[in-house]
Design a binder for this molecule. Sequence first.
Ligand SMILES: *[C@@H]1O[C@H](CO)[C@@H](O)[C@H](O)[C@H]1NC(C)=O
Length: 401
Amino acid sequence: MLFSAAVLLSLLPLVLSAPSGHLLDKRAPLLHARSGKVIPGQYIVKFKDETSQTVLSAAVGKVKTTHVYKGAFKGFAGSLDSKSLEEVRNLPEVEYVEEDAVVTITDGEVASKTGSSPRAIVTQLNPPWNLARISSHTLGSNVYKYDSTAGLGTCAYVLGTGIQINHPQFAGGAVWGANFVDATTTDGNGHGTAIAGIIRSTIYGVAKQTKLVAVKVLNNSGSGTTSGIIQALNFVQTDWPTRGCANGVVAALTFGGGFSAALNSAATNLVNSGIFVTTGVGSSNSQVGGSPASAPAVCSIGASNSADQVASFNDYGPLLDLYAPGVTILTTWINGGTNTLSGTTLAMAHVAGIGALLLGLPSSLNGATLCDYIKSIATSGVLTGVPPNTNNLLAYNGWDL
Ligand SMILES: *[C@@H]1O[C@H](CO)[C@@H](O)[C@H](O)[C@H]1NC(C)=O
């Protein structure tokens, strides 16, 4: 089954509403979300990075907010009528105001480690094809090889529909983190559990010892808001020190929507703080242009199949970092079951798992630069059907490096 994509329009430029040519307009720009997905009357207000908490708290006290952002992304979200919108845009501390929008499923401080002990390699016999593929440079392998550390001491935050944390395939390695979308603290959809299973599960998982942390940002229909997701990204940054993941942190973003400067900024802040952030490129078969995939710091992944062909639904172009298996992928599903799925987030989940594996090794890899390292060890030139100006790179888990 192919998840229908949030249609990512790549050619729609960011529109600034400053009256044309009037350089004297000192108001903060109003950024328009892609029409049709806009939540009327609801806005994300981004304050300048240097704004103090005191100034932010004072400003927030005057309006009705749905989210207050006190992390690296500073500001708030809330309903603003036209008068309060104008007031907010005239505050000197405000960098920009962006319309809130609907975001959906797309398918389409890292401690430095020292010491070296001999590497022990684990071999899983007859794994799903996709696991075999990421531990071999050539087609036809039927084993999955990985370093025995398997991501131990790392955490993988899955921002999506939640995770069925008591699924037997997680063997106790999944915890509930937070819910920014509704009141049901479970995955009522299945997609989040599917992504989690590729990252870490006994049979289907890439990094079988990472700790999964469920962050629910999409409701049971697979929909959420930009404003809720920004809050979740700030949450990851403050939450991870409490979870025992000193070796490294991965954030798997399982959604996408139209271009959002605010969402890209929040995701980039997370990367700059040392967390490996990855997402699917989106699946509207056009240039990568939606968010968060269009943030250059985010590791954006396309899907390939068991014959090393890239999927026709992938978005493409220079903002696609690399490909990973993402067609006909067997993984965990809600109610303790399994399901077979296709899409760019399924591909992304493999790279999230590889990120956890690499951060779990005794090395000095850092989440902020990990996407470049993963590209440097990827299998190069083996994929067919790669569009122009797009990397011909297939994810590799580095077990023999
Ligand atoms: C999920 O959110 C969307 C968009 O806000 C809404 O239309 C839909 O009814 C919600 N579904 C559930 C199950 O809450």
